[in-house]
Design a protein around this ligand. Structure first.
Ligand code: CA
Length: 229
């Protein structure tokens, strides 16, 4: 059984989070104050931290940075505001994911599962090494994406293409399906339009991390986003 730390000052929200964690078969520990939570992380027995941005004693952002100074434990933010999402996506805070309030317990449970699975496979790939934070964060509402905490400067179509693939990681999209979904009526109807945009997206990922290529080419079929990110 893995222990998940919940740092959230609002009792009713903490109850919901704790309940959804326990229903998934994990143990939950709740701290209502940030600095108590930090001490708990230092104890080193937490598999993941669910962290509220707005805490009474320290901001969730500062707390996450303090955690990152000594630990790579996965962090999922709970956030209520758009401008907080900008910060999570745009800055090098070191978060793994975020969930916006109000959230459904099911949504949170799914995020926790994904992040835990990812951190387990990262640990397997790099035993003894710190898991590399390569997480791609995509915010469809803001048309923003970030890699490893750094904002990606994407054109409108690059973003739409990335968001499409990211909606269902592992699913293969044909060039025609991508043209329809991304370009719609403005479609220039050229296969190489899709290829050119995939190429420019890859180049932008490489600028941040030259070993990072999340887009899989399925010869004769199309493109997919890796489902193990
Ligand atoms: Ca709060």
């Amino acid at each position: 059984m893995q222990t998940i730390l919940v740092i959230e000052d609002e009792q009713s929200i903490a109850d919901t989070v704790v309940h959804s964690i326990e229903r998934e078969g994990h143990a939950a520990v709740w701290c209502g104050r940030g600095l108590d939570g930090l001490e708990r992380v230092r104890a080193g027995d937490c598999a993941l931290v669910v962290l509220d941005v707005g805490l009474p004693d320290i901001s969730g952002f500062e707390l996450c940075k303090a955690i990152r100074a000594f630990s790579q434990v996965p962090v999922i933010f709970l956030t209520a505001r758009d401008d907080e999402i900008d910060k999570i996506v745009g800055l090098e805070i070191g978060a793994d994911d975020y969930v916006t309030k109000p959230f459904s317990p099911r949504e949170l449970a799914a995020r926790i599962k994904t992040v835990l699975r990812r951190s387990a496979s990262a640990a397997k790939e790099a035993p003894g090494k710190e898991a590399l934070r390569k997480r791609l964060l995509i915010d469809p509402a803001k048309h923003q994406a970030a890699l490893a905490g750094r904002k990606l400067e994407l054109t409108r179509y690059e973003f739409k293409l990335l968001a499409l693939l990211a909606a269902h990681p592992g699913r293969v999209y044909s060039r025609e399906a991508i043209m329809d979904a991304v370009w719609g009526g403005d479609s220039p109807s050229l296969d190489r339009t899709v290829d050119a945009h995939v190429k420019s997206l890859r180049a932008k990922f490489r600028e941040i991390d030259d070993s990072f290529d999340p887009i899989l080419t399925h010869r004769g079929m199309g493109y997919a986003l890796r489902d193990d990110l």
